[in-house]
Design a protein around this ligand. Structure first.
Ligand code: GLY
Length: 283
């Protein structure tokens, strides 16, 4: 059993996943519980309740989940006024023949599946939006929470959830809703997830690329690095943008890479949950 969750705050999130896995829960239950914990955590301004809004002041959520053994995936994009985007993404995977629902359709689907209307804004997120309106400054925000998990059966899954790039245009959907960009896994190979500027992850189908490298025998950290190198080669205009990747191979080996400093991931190896800091590629 293994779990990876991203950013320093991923340590607490990973502990939630570890508890489910240690109790013989399946990988999807571990991922859903971990990411719901993040979505409920108002200290985290990049997911669920308290997530930073778009330019119009509305919080729009993206989330995705994938199950290795069946290669099924589900996702939502631009989901408003709904508490647990990761759970709605899982319902899309399990209860429909579709993979991605967006906007009002996603919201209606959530209502129909028992998710009541919920105000995601907090006093703090409203204050930051007001401040942004006055100054129109981009936020430096760390975005996205994600978890990759392998359960007692060896089943592999991955999930991500985010309120997206802070102060984005209404209707903008990022990598966390796009299989192969923000999240991807293949049973017997491994899983990967992305955080940072979603447009850059989408440009190179980042997480699919990481898993493809692992399939060819490249270790997880190197697979993440090669994917970022490819992005750098294709897009010379990255400026100060951050894109970071984390991966968990089917044998439990984890790794990550990032363009900019500050990225870390939490790694639970079945016994210990610890933070692994990642040196940036820079450039
Ligand atoms: N990586 C999250 C986003 O760009 O929306």
């Amino acid at each position: 059993m293994h779990a990876v969750s991203i950013w320093p705050r991923g340590l607490e999130v990973n502990a939630v996943a570890a508890k489910v896995l240690a109790g013989e829960g399946c990988c999807l239950d571990a991922i859903e519980a971990a990411l719901r914990f993040s979505e409920d955590d108002v200290r985290d301004a990049s997911t669920g309740r308290g997530g930073l809004p778009n330019t119009a002041g509305e919080v729009e959520l993206d989330a995705g989940i994938m199950f290795g053994p069946t290669a099924q995936a589900g996702a939502v994009g631009g989901l408003r006024r709904t508490r647990y985007a990761i759970s709605v993404a899982r319902r899309v995977m399990e209860k429909t023949r579709h993979l991605l629902l967006v906007g009002e359709g996603a919201q209606e689907f959530a209502r129909a599946h028992g998710f009541p209307e919920f105000d995601l804004a907090t006093e703090e997120s409203r204050r930051r939006w007001e401040e942004w309106r006055r100054k129109e400054q981009a936020s430096d925000g760390k975005d996205t929470m994600g978890t990759i998990a392998i359960d007692l059966n060896g089943d592999l899954g991955v999930g991500v959830t985010t309120s997206g790039t802070p102060f984005k245009l209404p209707g903008r959907v990022g990598d966390s809703a796009i299989v192969g960009a923000g999240f991807y896994c293949e049973q017997g190979v491994g899983g990967a997830l992305a955080t940072g500027v979603g447009e850059e992850a989408m440009r190179v189908c980042a997480t699919h690329t990481v898993v493809a490298w692992m399939q060819h025998g490249v270790d997880p950290a190197e697979a993440c690095r090669r994917t970022l190198e490819k992005l750098r080669k294709l897009n010379a205009d990255l400026g100060e943008k951050q894109l970071a990747l984390a991966a968990l191979r089917a044998d439990g080996t984890a790794g990550g890479a990032s363009l900019r400093p500050g990225f870390a991931y939490a790694y639970w190896d079945g016994a210990e949950n610890r933070l692994v800091e990642v040196s940036p590629l820079g450039g």
